[in-house]
Design a binder for this molecule. Structure first.
Ligand SMILES: [Zn+2]
Length: 152
């Protein structure tokens, strides 16, 4: 049975989109990818493209998040939130285990999980907790905050 897979991620990861499109296609899956790579457009066009992308997610069985370096943009975060609301299966290119985070207090390696909006939550045995907000510049460093994504 063919699955329908929607690729989500920043357009800066075009090469990853192409490689994953090929990988899923070779697996017999139906793939929805990004169709427009140049981000310089009017806000009307951007809104239209965003709503078409949401429609792709709605029709999908699986959402695959291309989070190179752990980067998840605000727009992709909104895709994840939408996919979760619809109960879609969500997979990530880079697993949390790929990113080792040390506790600021005791230097132990922290336990990590992705919260319901795609944020990265790290918890230490000592009780210290921090939440990662991915950097808008796509840097591999997380920008840590104690804010929760619950407000999104
Ligand atoms: Zn600690």
């Amino acid at each position: 049975m063919n699955r329908i897979v929607t690729l989500c991620g920043s357009t800066r990861f075009r090469e990853h989109f192409d490689a994953l499109n090929e990988m899923f296609s070779m697996n017999g899956d139906l793939v929805f990818s990004c169709g427009v790579w140049d981000g310089s457009m009017s806000s009307e066009i951007r809104d239209m493209l965003n709503s078409v992308h949401k429609e792709k997610i709605r029709l999908s069985d699986v959402v695959f998040v291309i989070n190179v370096g752990g980067y998840i943009s605000e727009s992709v975060k909104s895709d994840i939130k939408y996919a979760k609301k619809l109960g879609k299966e969500i997979n990530y290119l880079e697993k949390l285990e790929d990113h080792k985070v040390e506790c600021d207090k005791c230097n132990l390696t922290m336990n990590k999980r992705i919260d319901e909006y795609g944020g990265i939550v790290c918890e230490c045995e000592c009780g210290y907790v921090k939440i990662g907000l991915t950097q808008p510049n796509g840097s591999e460093e997380y920008n840590w905050s104690t804010e929760s994504f619950d407000d999104i």
